[in-house]
Design a protein around this ligand. Structure first.
Ligand code: MLT
Length: 318
């Protein structure tokens, strides 16, 4: 019976240290196994990424559990209310991978603009067709950012350096946040109507599930690109596929999917779609920061101290 259960592939210096100094069961495939509940029932700490669903039912059976450590920012896979009711700390890393996600978004925007993946794929098979891969510049184009939290603002800062005009939509932020970032605060309708590229940066909540559907894609320009490195469930994927097939929008770059890993489907074969396997947070630097933070919290809680990054407890801005 190990004290600490790791249910996904979580690596890094801090994890190696944790495994050397503590009783850790490292079971990277456990998230998809029927044995998860039984294994969790024995643990004092569980370390997860975003695939392990820590439900109320699991929490209620986990009588020894003291801390759920989420190695990442989103808490949509953890029932935080049930954890709070059971007196279990939820530690997470809300800021540690933001920069990496923002950099990936810029990479996706540049890939859409210059068709880098298609050009690479063609060149690799002997092609040298420069004219076919004529792209466009980001400079002078309008980027619409939906959700203007930490990642949205980091994307804005970088897109501004590329000369993009910035529109942003976020109902929860005061005007000065947009002004400071050089973005115009607009309604979702205006953002969709005027943007050359729309990038999503909202968390997955009941209120954001399916935020992008038929109506939203119809409201976008036929030349627009859609970028999602937030959560797949924020988008009605069938509506997105239809919008791409009918030319309602021009292209999409998706780092996240409605179901992960996704089953093969129409998006895989579309020339105007770029797909990556939820790698926004997967830079060496971000992973070290994230894993270091949650491993420190696991060690702290198991030795009777407070977590530094517990959900629901304010911590200094970074
Ligand atoms: C996050 O929520 O931090 C990211 O989606 C990364 C992840 O879950 O692996």
């Amino acid at each position: 019976m190990a004290d600490i259960l790791v249910t996904e592939n979580i690596a890094g210096v801090a994890m190696t240290r944790l495994r050397e100094t503590h009783d850790v069961a490292f079971e990277p495939d456990l998230w998809s196994s029927p044995n998860l509940a039984a294994r969790l029932a024995d643990a004092r700490a569980v370390v997860v990424r975003n695939q392990t669903q820590i439900t109320r039912e699991l929490i209620e059976q986990a009588s020894r559990l003291e801390i759920i450590a989420r190695a990442g920012a989103g808490l949509d896979n953890v029932d935080t209310e049930a954890a709070a009711a059971a007196g279990i700390v939820v530690s997470y890393a809300p800021a540690e991978n933001s920069l990496s996600v923002a950099e990936l978004v810029l990479g996706l925007l540049l890939s859409l603009a210059r068709r880098i993946p298609a050009a690479w794929s063609d060149t690799r098979t002997g092609g040298w067709d420069r004219r076919t891969f004529t792209g466009v510049e980001l400079s002078g184009r309008t980027l619409g950012i939906v959700g203007f939290g930490r990642i949205g603002r980091l994307v804005a800062e970088r897109a501004r350096a590329f000369g993009m005009r910035l529109l942003a939509h976020d109902e929860f932020l005061p005007a000065e946040v947009f002004e400071d970032a050089g973005a115009e605060s607009v309604s979702l309708e205006k953002l969709l109507a005027e943007s050359d590229a729309v990038s999503v940066h909202v968390p997955l909540l009941d209120s954001t599930r399916g935020l992008f559907g038929e109506r939203q894609f119809a409201a976008m320009k036929p030349t627009a690109w859609f970028v999602n490195a937030a959560r797949g469930e924020v988008v009605d994927e069938a509506a997105l596929i239809a919008a791409l097939q009918t030319g309602e929008i021009a292209a999409a770059a998706l780092d996240v999917r409605e179901t992960e890993p996704p089953v093969r489907g129409p998006l895989d074969d579309m020339a105007n779609v770029i797909l990556t396997p939820h790698i926004g947070a997967f830079s060496e630097e971000a992973q070290e920061r994230v894993v270091d933070l949650v491993c420190r919290d696991v060690t702290a809680v198991l030795s009777g101290h407070a977590a530094t990054s517990a959900f629901g407890i304010a911590r200094p801005a970074r």
